[in-house]
Design a protein around this ligand. Sequence first.
Ligand code: MG
Length: 394
Amino acid sequence: MKTKFTLTTLSTLLSLATAGFAASSGPVFYGDAPDEHHPWAVHDGNRPQPKIVTPGTFSSAEQPGKPPSDAIILFDGTDLSKWETDKGAPAPWIVSNGYMQVAPGKGAIRTKEKFGDCQLHIEWAAPAKVEGSSQGRGNSGMFLMNMLEIQILDSYNNLTYADGHAGAYYGINPPMANAVRPPGEWQMYDIVFRRPIYKDGKVVDPGYVTVLVNGVLVQDHTMLEGGGTHMARTKPGPFPAKGPLSLQDHGNPMRFRNIWYRELPLRASEGGTDGWLSTEATMAKRAEIAASIRQDAAKLANPDKPLPEMLRLMESLPYEKDDAALQKVEQMAGQYVENLKKLPADKLAAKKDEAKNVAAAFKYLVRFNALPATFAPKTALDQVIKDQGWDKKK
Ligand code: MG
């Protein structure tokens, strides 16, 4: 991070001036301005802060970790109240000693809750006593949105087809590594899932899945190609908006614990405002930010101390060209320079830093076409600075 002295000073001036209103979290008139794909400037102090999440703890062989504070818990080891059969009946699996176990032959279970994009955590263990081989050994699976299977399999010293191993996007993409622990030990999956987005029958985002097995990356933003299934090739296509998470009964007494997910924010392609936005979405967001800053500026109105309002209003200009705001800035800025010029020498000298910072703000706004290059108050203020010799380095 590089901070110029003058801009830091201006930021301090502003944060003092705006105390009690929207606090700026960074220097203003600083980084590259909003453009047609980014509604915020670089290092934009008006950009919302990330939400606070208290992290959880990692799991160990002995005990499951603690989920992060915003996780939605699907199974905490105590009961199956959040689960049901695929017919909506109570989940018939066994709960014991902090885990749930497949009741072979009783069928898959799914969450009552439906959800889409997520960060998902799940832990599982295959029976310690090895029985069967290949796909017949320690097989289950998790169906994200009840659509695609991320394979759960006792892959430890177990030869099977590559796209059927633990961590496979079943039938479509093998895991990049076989990172499972021996049977009987707890295994951890962490998944980032983005569903496909279609608009008017055309793909906007094919959707992706990322999987870590015991902390080892095995699916790296793998593009979705439909559900993936046994023997048949599936094709990309739209998913429903939401779906349940389903766990497979493949006839083996597999165990599960510590299942939770976190909702993910919308992607830019579906109305989110972070990332590379369409020009239309960017301009709409910029107008919204500008309106909010103009409202904020109005709250700062004070005939005895007009500078904070003027600076805040100036701050709105790079987001949206607004004639009324521009005219008001021009009028206030003209008055500001006129008042400066009327000051006696000692009082003017005390305004040196402030005036130079206002001039730097004008320069920034001209550089990003938020003010015309011929902006009269800028020319006049630059002249004052020159006349006073404030432009010279000591
Ligand atoms: Mg399976």
